[in-house]
Write a protein that binds this ligand. Sequence first.
Ligand SMILES: C[S@@+](CC[C@H](N)C(=O)[O-])C[C@H]1O[C@@H](n2cnc3c(N)ncnc32)[C@H](O)[C@@H]1O
Length: 352
Amino acid sequence: MNNITQLVLLCRPGFEKECAGEIMDYATNLGFPAYIQTKPDTGYVLLIGTGEPNIGELVSQLDFKQLIFTRQWFASLAKVDDLPEQNRIAPLITTIKSLDEDFNDIELAYPDTNDGKSLSRFCKQFKPHLLTALKKQKLLSAHSNQRLHILFLDSKQAFVGASPIDNSAQIAMGIPRLRMPSSAPSRSTLKLEEAIHWFIEDESKVIKNGMSAVDLGAAPGGWSWQLVQRGLLVTAIDNGPMEDKLMRGGMVEHYKTDAFTYRPKKTVDWLVCDMAERPSLVSKLIAKWFTREDCHNAIFNLKLPMKKRLQEVNECLSLIHQQLNEANITHQIQAKHLYHDREEITVCIISN
Ligand SMILES: C[S@@+](CC[C@H](N)C(=O)[O-])C[C@H]1O[C@@H](n2cnc3c(N)ncnc32)[C@H](O)[C@@H]1O
């Protein structure tokens, strides 16, 4: 893919600045000359390469999982404009051929904006036609590790490109389709469910029957419910009420007390925390749970301030990292602006 000129990155609308700031930092640190092109609330960012090494190579040098604010990415050619309504396939195939690749999979996408969502049906209808044309041109191969991406901005304009299947989001546009469980006490439950899917590769090894957990800021119990579904015994900390049905199940113990002063009697397997508190305070609290050996692993979120969100995230993550390192705790820390997160990100720490 020599003629790649840019990376296209999808994000939650309103978070283009954070998505751009993050990828630009990586590009600079890894020696890729580039600049950003983006507009607020469009749901995507362009990183445009200006020299060698070709910006397309950044996708093979940077682990996609390290990106917090990017939902999906691909290396792309310049935008295709003026796709004719009667035959979009022909110009798209010409552009796709110039990528000089074959593909294992295809993803037709649109920005996660109101205008973008109106393209959902168009993409669904267009996909089988494109697949037929790709097959005819012998551009599909089960041995390829590349996914073809077409991001439509409207039915006439699109970015065409590719990403490595093993270094990009496995779900279309990085958006998981989770169904709200009817017996869960709150919609927040989906945040923890998405977090577990995203961060934990082999769930059966890490979150399992008989483990213990503390849920800080637990009421009414959506996160506790997720843990109970996996067979964990949960201590819920919140001054507010927990849902009766969840409590009747006998797997949750509830203490009406302050999450900043509560301490478990024994080390727990999991700490989870979903409190609307200052991110720096939550970060210090979480670090303390690890350094005092009160927990082995944690999933929590950091509510983001309106301004300097990326800076705040970086400061919080380095504080935790530093405190755990000083305490000689071997750990992996990952963070993501999940689809179900709004003005917050979710962090997962696994210690060995
Ligand atoms: C967003 S809600 C949690 C929702 C919950 N995760 C669920 O899935 O149902 C935040 C909760 O944090 C609790 N909270 C905030 N500060 C707290 C503190 N210092 N101690 C204990 N609970 C606190 C609030 O009472 C509130 O119930």
